[in-house]
Ligand binder design. Structure first.
Ligand code: GLN
Length: 192
C-alpha cells in the first residue's frame, strides 16, 4: 500500500517512524507541505522538539489542513512525544506554543523532570497481551483529560498513552523499538 499513510517530516525522528511502517509493509509519504496530505488516511507525527514542529507546521499551512481533515473525520493522527504535545488542546505553561488542538487534554512537557532525561519501562497497555517496551525521552504526560479521552496506558498513575476517536498519542517512542503493535493498532484505528 502506498500513499495512504504519511509521516510529518519537518523535524524529529520521522525516519524511524517510516522504518516502523515499512516493517508493516507500508511506504509512508513524507509530509513537508500541505499538498502532501492529499489522499492520506493516517498521519504520524514524530518525536523531536514540539516548538519547532509546531512553528513549521503553522508556517507551511499544514496545521490548518491537518486540523480540518481530522475534524471532518477523514484523517487519523498518531503523535509520539513532541508529536503528542502538538496534538493537545492545551500545553501547560506554553499558551502561545503553536499546536493542532484536536486532543482534549492539557499536556505537561518534560513532566518527569529534567534530571531524568530518559528511561525505559515495560508498560502494560490496554488490549495488549504482553507489556510494551516503552522508551521515554524528556517525555510529557497528559493531564486534565476530556470525557472523550480514553487512557490506554499509565505510568505511576499518570496517563502516557491516550486515544480520542481516531487521535492517538503516546508520551513515549514506539518507533525506537521494533515492536510493531502500536503502529499496527494505529493503522487499524485509521481503518487500514
Ligand atoms: N521535550 C520535547 C518537547 O517538549 C519532546 C521530547 C521528545 O519528543 N522526545 O518538545
Amino acid at each position: 500500500m502506498r500513499g495512504v499513510v504519511g509521516v510529518l517530516a519537518l523535524q524529529g525522528d520521522f525516519r524511524e517512524h517510516k522504518e516502523a511502517l515499512r516493517r508493516l509493509g507500508l511506504e509512508a509519504q513524507e509530509v513537508r507541505k500541505r499538498a502532501h496530505l492529499e489522499g492520506l488516511k493516517a498521519l504520524v507525527v514524530p518525536g523531536g522538539e514540539s516548538t519547532t514542529i509546531g512553528k513549521l507546521a503553522r508556517e507551511y499551512g499544514i496545521e490548518e489542513e491537518v486540523r480540518r481533515r481530522v475534524e471532518e473525520g477523514s484523517l487519523a493522527v498518531f503523535g509520539t512525544c513532541a508529536g503528542a504535545i502538538w496534538l493537545a488542546k492545551e500545553i501547560l505553561g506554553y499558551p502561545e506554543q503553536p499546536r493542532l488542538g484536536v486532543l482534549d487534554v492539557a499536556v505537561e512537557r518534560n513532566a518527569f523532570g529534567r534530571q531524568v532525561e530518559s528511561f525505559e519501562e515495560e508498560l502494560p497497555v490496554r488490549g495488549f497481551a504482553e507489556p510494551f517496551h516503552a522508551v521515554f525521552i524528556r517525555a510529557p504526560v497528559f493531564r486534565r483529560l476530556g470525557s472523550g479521552v480514553e487512557v490506554l496506558a499509565e505510568l505511576d498513575g499518570l496517563p502516557v498513552l491516550v486515544r480520542q476517536g481516531k487521535v492517538l498519542a503516546s508520551a513515549f517512542h514506539p518507533e525506537l523499538t521494533t515492536d510493531p503493535r502500536l503502529h499496527r493498532y494505529f493503522l487499524e484505528l485509521a481503518g487500514l
